[in-house]
Design a binder for this molecule. Sequence first.
Ligand SMILES: C[S@@+](CC[C@H](N)C(=O)[O-])C[C@H]1O[C@@H](n2cnc3c(N)ncnc32)[C@H](O)[C@@H]1O
Length: 254
Amino acid sequence: MSEEMNNNYKVGDLIYDANIYDGMNTNLADLQFYKRWLPKNKNARILELCCGTGRLTVPIAKEGYLISGVDYTSSMLEQAKVKASESGLDIEFIEADIRTLDLPEKYDLIFIPFNSIHHLYRNEDLFNAFSVVKKHLKEGGVFLFDCFNPNIQFIVESEKEQKEIAEYTTRDGRKVLVKQVMRYENRTQINRIEWHYFINDEFNSIQNLDMRMYFPQELDSYLEWNGFKIIHKFGAFDEEAFNDNSEKQIFVCQ
Ligand SMILES: C[S@@+](CC[C@H](N)C(=O)[O-])C[C@H]1O[C@@H](n2cnc3c(N)ncnc32)[C@H](O)[C@@H]1O
C-alpha cells in the first residue's frame, strides 16, 4: 500500500491531550491482567511499547519492577514523567517510534497494551513493530498485547447514528463531552472514527481516531509468520478463552 495511504490516517491532537486522555481512561481492568503476567523476579527488565501517559507503567513501577516506557507523543510522555515523579519513581521514558526503535537493552517481558496496535495502519507498520519486539526480547521472553476483535454488527449499527460515549471533567478542570461517529473502509480495514468534542458546553472540534482492524485469523498468522509462538489467546482480561463473542483479542506469545 502507498505511503500516501498511511499519511491520511491519524489520531487527533485532542485525543492525546494528556489530561483529556487520562480523564477518559480511568478503567484499570487491563492492569490486573498485565500484572499477573509479570515475571516473579523483580530484577526482570520490562518494556512497555506505546506507554502514553504511564497509565500502566507507573503502577507497575510502583510494584518494584524495572520498567521502561516508549511512546512517540511527547505530550503523553510529559504527563507520564509528572505522574512518575509525583509517585517518587524514577522511570525511563523514551520518545521513539515503535516501528524503528533500537535500544541497547534486551527485555524479559514486552507488552503493547490498550489497543495501541490499531494505530499501525499498514501491515508493514505492524510487521516492523513485531520485528522491533523480537529484536528486544530475551531468549524465552514473553510478548503480550491486546486489541479489539472486530465486530461487524457493532460497526454497521454505529455507522447509522452519532453516539454520546463519554462525559467527564479533566484534572485541569475542563468539562468534556464526546460524541462518536464512524465509517468503516472495506479496502484498508480502517475504521474512520470521529470524536466530536464539546468542552465546557461548547462545540470544540472534530478529532480523528482512525483504527486499523485486525481480524482474528489474520492476526494469528501474522504473529506466526513473524516468528512468535502463541501460548494463549484470551477474549477478555479475566482470561476467558477467545470465542465467538469476545470483545478483545489478548495474546500471550513467546
Ligand atoms: C491508546 S494509547 C495507549 C497508552 C497507554 N499504553 C495506556 O494504556 O493508556 C496509544 C498510544 O500509542 C502511541 N503510539 C501510537 N503509535 C505509535 C508508534 N508507532 N510509536 C510509538 N508510539 C505510538 C500514542 O502516542 C499513544 O500514546
